[in-house]
Design a protein around this ligand. Sequence first.
Ligand code: IYR
Length: 235
Amino acid sequence: MFSRKNLPHDPLPLPDRFDFSDEEMLARVTAFFENMAKRHSVREFSPRPVARAVIETAVATAGRAPSGANHQPWFFAAISDPALKAQIRAEAEAEEEKFYEGGAGDEWLKALEPLGTDAAKPHLEAAPWLIVIFAQRWGEFDDGTRFKNYYVPESVGIATGFLIAALHQAGLSCLTHTPNPMKFLNETLGRPASEKPVMILAVGHPSDDATVPAVAKMKKPLDQILAVYEEREDR
Ligand code: IYR
């Protein structure tokens, strides 16, 4: 949070501290990995409702993400109103039709083939909640004057990761959806020009017949995503 007041540096003793043994640490991180490895993007949602308090707590978790200068340059719009979901679906599908009819270019369309996606986005209505994530490109004081935000895409990306993990922890599924362009969401949701919509998360319980594309199970092995540089005699 940024304030016009000159906030002094005020170091507090670390408020929350954990002290796990090495064994406990490995057990905990392994359990977390095994839980997160069960997260799948889902496109088919059950009509089963999800309590607002679950969504609120998941968004509160997102709000605990680190951010550039602690400006917390994010805003979340959570929508369960069926009329508004239908409007967002129609607006998103209008953009997606242009995208899938060629706007995306051949290479991008080829990359999406294994996912089996197309311009139809019924999940935007079927999911009990849509959470639209906005990035605050700049901040505004109460009198409307602007201040700079820092590392906005990084900060919002981390917060979105927290949000997806929190929803998964609650046993919910979601789909990250990025109609292109997404500017229509500012108008539809009455958000200011300082905010750039970055993603729609469709959130809910998966339907009984939900599927995932087979490629979604093909994750890069650790040795392709991690290089370890431990202490060495010859360095
Ligand atoms: N926004 C489109 C296209 C799309 C793009 C990527 I990159 C994906 O991983 C999936 C879809 C859509 O939602 O269909």
